[in-house]
Design a binder for this molecule. Sequence first.
Ligand code: 3PG
Length: 224
Amino acid sequence: MAVTATTPARPALTPLAVMQDAPVIPVIVLHDVAHAVPLARALVAGGIRMLEITLRTPQALACMEAIARDVPDAVVGAGTVRSAADGQAAAMAGARFAVSPGYTHAVGQACRDLRLPLLPGVATGSEIMLAQEDGLSELKFFPALQAGGPAMLKAWSGPFGDVRFCPTGGVTPANAAELLALPNVVCVGGSWLTPADALAAGDWARITQLARAACQLPRPTSRT
Ligand code: 3PG
């Protein structure tokens, strides 16, 4: 009898589970594949497992592959997913969730086909309605501070009371707590956990420290 190799089934990841894992989803730009694994290990050591690797550099897919292969405690996600092809490439590279700067039905369909949980970016009521037409109610508010910040999230809590947000864009340690205190915010996204100078210097201890501090940001327990 032939022996068939089987891969243990992974529990299904949902957009909400991606958002609930930690107060911050780091938005990561990597130019050097050699940085990928030590960076991921540094973030995981600080308590951050959901890692958004942006598709903004030629090295991004190779970085995802390296992390997916070598850092089992990390959950690799793809950021800057702008097309179905981006979603397909990211899934092939080991991404387990996707984040997009905006929303199109094509990206939504591709991620559904790929079983890739998607956090689509929205900045207007119409964009929220388009995403909800496709069954998506966990959304990235992007660019959050530039597009209205906490006041916009408060305004949306009336008509879109069933939507939960990850504000991203202009979020800093100084304003993250105010955003996280809003009832329709589950987590925030930001690039401050992975400063370019720390990456260039290989200062992984600093990145672990930044991740640890991010994990200490208060979140109402109802959203965790
Ligand atoms: C991005 O897409 O670059 C993110 O929104 C990160 O923005 P930030 O650098 O303002 O955190």
